[in-house]
Each structure stands twice: as C-alpha cells, then as structure tokens.
Write a protein that binds this ligand. Structure first.
Ligand SMILES: [Zn+2]
Length: 280
C-alpha cells in the first residue's frame, strides 16, 4: 500500500454536497482526530460510498492522504445509526453533538475519548428517547465532553475557599474558575457565572459520574432543568469558544426556553444576590 493510503475506524460528523455527485465529509477517528475528506461519486446510486458517507455512520474508512483534504477510497460500514434519522429531535441532538466535536478536535491528533463518548451517545440516541430524556442525554454528553477535554467542572466544593457541598445551598458555576464558587467567593470576583442550587448541582454531578445509559432516567423540576441548561451553556461555550450554528434549532426542537440563547447580557449573572450572600 502506498504510504499516502491509510485506514482508520471513524464516525461521520458532517456531510455536505459537493459539485455534481460528490460529498465533502468530516469524520472523527480515535487515532487521526478530525478528518476532512472528499468522497467522489458519493451521491451516485452505484457508488459504494453512498451509504457510508451520511452523518453518524460508524465504520472502517480508507483514505488517500491529500495536502488539504483527504480522499475517501473505501468504507466498511459497522453501523448506520439509521434510527436516529427517523426523528427530527434525535437528528438535531446528534448534529449538535457533532458540531461540538467538530470545534473541539483537531486533525492528526488522537481523539480516543471524544470518539468513544460520541459512539456511546449515538447508541443511546438509536433508541429514540423522549424529549426530557434527550435533554438529559445531551447535558450528560456535554459534561462528559468537558471531562474528556480536561475541563471537568469541580462540583463538590468551592474552588476558592474550599467550603464543601454540605455547607451551602447556593453556588455559582464559573467557567474561568473551572467549577463552583460559593456565593461569597463569587461576589469577590469580577467574572460572571450562573447561580446553581442543590437540585441542579446534584443533577450535574449525577450526569457527570454515571454512564450515559443512566442519563435518561434523571428527574428534575423544570426550573432546575432550565437553570442547569443555562449553566452548562455558559460553561461549555466558554471552552468551545465558537458560535454554535445549530443551537437555535436545538433549543426550538427540544422545547427549551429561547431566553437561553446567547445574546446581549446572556453571560451576566445575578451579582446582587452573590453580594447578599457575602453579607449573610
Ligand atoms: Zn468560597
């Protein structure tokens, strides 16, 4: 085999039409990281690449290494995750996860953790969960992605003064700090954050510490759920540091409040109550 030909296990993150009958695909491989490749003839009926180049297909792929883009030669499909395509909600969640991965992985850098996490999530999405279960899965995925990338939030004590979780009811999740601050410490720092109360803090711990398959059963009151989503968005967006194109659609499809979308003042937290906490 030519040294410019290589083979790897991978999953398709994104697939765009290119020219008359080709596709431009983005894949995630445990050993190669993010791969961008052209798939010639992938939209023509007879090509073996047709089925292997649609989003969320997992398989073994063979490429010809190019200067900018690689070129897909062969695919051996392991799983198409076809059930995900049967529901708008599951496709939307899987696409959002893929967008997060696209922005947090690089070419030629192993991404074993991200790859395993995404495959696990696709497996859960294959069972087409209900709306609330889908939200839980997404939240768990985002927390675990932070962990894999080295930004696991500390959720059991104040990162500044060390006060433990039993000592306080209200906390501030602050991305710059990498986790929780007690309201007193948060009030002393200029940076923003989102206030977290016991239910959503415990829920985040649960999602972070349990396998993805346990995420759907999480029970959480709507207000706590909204607050958790708000805190997570701020935390994840800080580290992903890209405008997420599919976020507005995701919010609409999952029935999440659109006040959660980033915009003017979205990152301002309730500084006044944090200061009150300091005086208590
Ligand atoms: Zn503190």
């Amino acid at each position: 085999m030519s040294s410019r030909i290589y083979e790897t296990e991978a999953v398709v993150l994104r697939s765009q039409n290119l020219g008359e009958g080709d596709r431009l695909i983005t894949l995630l491989s445990p050993s190669e990281g993010k791969i961008r490749a052209t798939a010639r003839g992938a939209r023509r009926g007879r090509s073996s690449l047709v089925a292997g180049t649609i989003p969320f297909v997992h398989g073994r792929f063979q490429f010809f290494r190019g200067r900018e883009l690689d070129s897909l030669r062969q695919v051996e499909v392991h799983s198409t995750h076809v059930a995900i395509q049967s529901s708008l909600a599951t496709v939307t969640v899987a696409s959002f996860m893929a967008e997060l991965l696209d922005h947090t992985t690089a070419a030629r850098q192993p991404a074993e953790g991200q790859f395993t996490l995404f495959l696990g999530a696709l497996e859960q999405l294959d069972s087409v969960p209900e709306s609330v279960e889908l939200q839980n899965l997404l939240f768990a995925f985002e927390l675990k992605l932070m962990d894999v990338l080295g930004f696991r939030p500390r959720l059991d004590q104040c990162l500044q003064c060390g006060r433990s979780e039993e000592q306080l009811d209200a906390w501030v999740l602050q991305p710059e700090a990498g986790g929780l601050l007690c309201s007193a410490c948060a009030g002393l720092l200029p940076a923003g954050g989102v206030r977290l109360f016991v239910p959503e803090r415990k829920a985040m711990q649960y999602l972070l510490n349990n396998p993805l398959s346990r995420a759907p059963v999480l029970q959480l009151a709507p207000a706590a759920r909204t607050n958790m989503f708000r805190a997570l968005r701020m935390y994840v967006d800080f580290y992903v540091n890209h405008k997420l194109r599919s976020l507005p659609f995701l919010v609409a499809v999952l029935g999440l409040p659109d006040t959660l979308l980033p915009g003017e003042g979205a990152r301002v937290y309730d500084g006044a109550s944090a200061k009150r906490g300091r005086q208590e």
